[in-house]
Design a protein around this ligand. Structure first.
Ligand code: SAM
Ligand code: SF4
Ligand code: F3S
Length: 445
């Protein structure tokens, strides 16, 4: 009987990509995926360490599995991802139910570790930083995901060391995959039906690959992907303001497939706080980039990440952030209260009062939601291009996204999946647009 694996994923898009690749890897040694924890022989928890009680969340999840299997044979328990990397042997000591932990740069060792555990029952931690070997190994295993919109990791790790962030410790130093490897994965994906590729990296716009005496940047990669005929949309996430170079900005003039929506985290609207965060950019630098992009295409919109209640943030700093949100009209943004992470510089700083931070977050989110609501309203009674991604669970509606990643819900037939169609927007709310396809335009699409 085939062995069944259940994978649970927390965290960012890169973890989602990793979980898909983990599935491709374990299929090689006979596992098939199950969506039911109860019937699994192997439970893989792909973890995130970015905020809150990440560690406790992992032990809680393992506790739940333990309860479910109290009357049955224990499944193989593997903790992967960023908590595994950060906590490594600590986890094995604290929770004997965990069989082994494996960090994000060691997934190429997953199958051997499973086989070794099955044979020798030795509990171990595998947390070396070996990105090159990992991606070489992965490039030989086909990416089996066949979604209309697909992720491809092109860059991992970070050398920037913002004082609040664990990523440089959990994902290791910056590493860019070779261009040819990415293009070949993208071509495969498009052959299987992908119409949109979302390039991923913790600092995706720092992408830089040196091959055969030539240096390739994100702009080169975008312009190469542009040539894949059936590919309709290109996006990338997450960028750092310092790496928004002129050649990348130029892509917004040269590429027809690059979407006019940029996720560019600024974190705070106060230069004092940006300095305390070790962000290595000022608000003014950000605005210069913003204006350069708007000059190329007025329709480009921005989203961002905001870290609220960072140690040292006073009322004036907070007001500066609020002012910036209103001025630049950010869409679809993420905002979080600062959460001290073990091992980072800011973990030793004095915290802002929790109630004050919560109050500030509420105000920031209201301003961001307002921007989003107004933008969504502006689409009403207009025809906009939507990439139809899938059928909704109710089987009556289709789901798609506009150029700005906003969800669009529309009536229509499954045969429209994978097409970019003009959709007339009838109504909207803060999160979604509701519309219908102009039947006359379907033929032409
Ligand atoms: N590389 C991206 C950048 O520099 O903007 C960010 C990547 S990070 C994985 C995603 C977001 O998590 C950050 O932009 C930040 O807002 C948030 N984050 C990171 N550390 C955090 C912390 N200690 N507490 C709360 N949010 C945090
Ligand atoms: Fe974290 Fe981004 Fe800063 Fe790197 S640049 S340390 S990933 S917030
Ligand atoms: Fe979390 Fe690791 Fe991504 S800490 S946000 S899963 S890089």
């Amino acid at each position: 009987m085939a062995k069944k694996v259940f994978i649970k994923t927390f965290g960012c898009q890169m973890n989602q990509y990793d979980s898909n690749r983990i599935l491709d890897i374990v299929k090689k040694i006979g596992f098939i995926e199950t969506k039911s924890l109860d019937e699994s022989n192997c439970f893989i928890l792909n973890t995130c360490h970015i905020r809150d009680k990440a560690k406790e969340k992992v032990y809680h999840e393992i506790g739940r599995v333990k309860e479910r299997f109290i009357q049955k044979d224990k499944p193989l328990i593997i903790v992967a991802g960023c908590v595994a990397q950060a906590e490594n042997t600590e986890m094995l000591k604290r929770e004997p139910y965990i069989d082994f932990v494996i960090g994000p740069q060691s997934y190429h060792k997953l199958n051997n570790t499973i086989k070794n555990f099955e044979k020798n029952k030795v509990r171990e931690e595998i947390t070396d930083f070996e990105s090159i070997t990992k991606f070489e190994y992965l490039s030989k295993i086909k990416n089996k995901i066949n979604k209309v919109s697909s992720y491809i990791t092109i860059q991992e790790g970070c050398d920037k060391f913002c004082h609040f962030c664990v990523v440089p410790y959990t994902r290791g130093p910056e590493f860019s995959r070779p261009l040819y490897q990415i293009i070949s994965e993208a071509e495969e994906s498009v052959k299987k039906g992908s119409k949109e590729i979302i390039l991923l990296g913790q600092n995706v716009n720092a992408y830089c690959s040196n091959e055969n005496g030539k240096q390739y940047k994100l702009s080169d990669l975008i312009m190469s992907l542009e040539k894949i005929n059936e590919l309709k949309r290109i996006r990338y996430i997450t960028s750092h303001p310092r790496d928004m170079s002129d050649d990348l900005i130029e892509c917004y003039a040269n590429s027809k497939k690059l979407m006019p929506f940029i996720h560019l985290p600024i974190q705070s609207g106060s230069n004092k706080i940006l300095k305390l965060m070790n962000r290595k950019h000022k608000v003014e630098d950000y605005i210069v980039t913003y204006e350069k992009l708007k000059k190329i295409n007025m329709n480009i919109e921005f989203s961002s990440d905001f870290l609220i209640g960072y140690p040292g943030e006073n009322e004036e700093d907070f007001e500066a952030t609020l002012y910036l949100i209103k001025k630049l009209k950010f869409l679809n943004s993420y905002s979080f209260i600062f959460s001290p992470r073990p091992g980072t510089v800011a973990s030793n700083y004095n915290l802002v009062d929790e109630q004050v931070s919560k109050e500030r977050l509420k105000i920031i989110q209201a301003a961001l939601f307002n921007n989003q609501k107004l933008k969504n309203k502006s689409f009403e009674n207009r025809n906009i291009d939507v990439l139809i991604e899938n059928e909704m669970k109710d089987k009556k509606n289709l789901f798609g996204r506009n150029e700005y990643m906003t969800s669009v819900i529309l009536k229509g037939n499954k045969s429209l999946i994978g097409k970019v169609l003009p959709v007339k927007i009838i109504s909207s709310n803060q999160n979604s647009l509701f519309g219908e396809v102009d039947n006359n335009k379907i033929e032409a699409a």
